[in-house]
Design a protein around this ligand. Sequence first.
Ligand code: HEC
Length: 145
Amino acid sequence: MKFNTSVTFIFGLAATLLVTSSANAVSDKQRAEIEARIVKTGVVCLDTDSDCGSVAAADAVSVARSGEDVYKAACLACHLTGAGNAPIVGNVEAWSDRIAKGTDVLYDSGINGIPGTGMMARGACMDCSDEEITAAVDYMIANSQ
Ligand code: HEC
């Protein structure tokens, strides 16, 4: 909480300085836009107490995200829509042959990807731990059978 607040403060300060140094050249509207942009970049979520509006909050303190959270953050883009022929979560038919391969195979696909397909290692979630990827795979399986 403290860190989050002070980072916001620092960026807020930077915004103020920026705005003050060119006070005459910036309209209120532009100022609001600049502040909005800076604040967005400046809010760094490193704790679990505050609501940062995203699952990223839990990561920095090494609290594993739930499979559902990881799925929503890193997998859903393809596995909800079927982009690149990704098997759609909830489509029992699309998953039955895959599930038949066994969870270890699916975990391996999640962690290491499937070469030559859109399924990249970790679904390209580089800050996802093995544990978080396997939890996401479990979530996908549980919702596709
Ligand atoms: C950029 C698109 C994309 C993203 C993001 C993505 N996947 Fe995939 N995934 C695919 C595609 C495409 C396939 C099908 C590959 C094939 O078998 O041809 C696939 C297949 C899979 C399979 C089945 C593997 C098998 O052996 O049959 C699992 C499990 C899986 N993805 C897990 C995940 C997880 C977990 C995430 C998020 C951490 C994720 N995917 C994110 C595209 C994606």
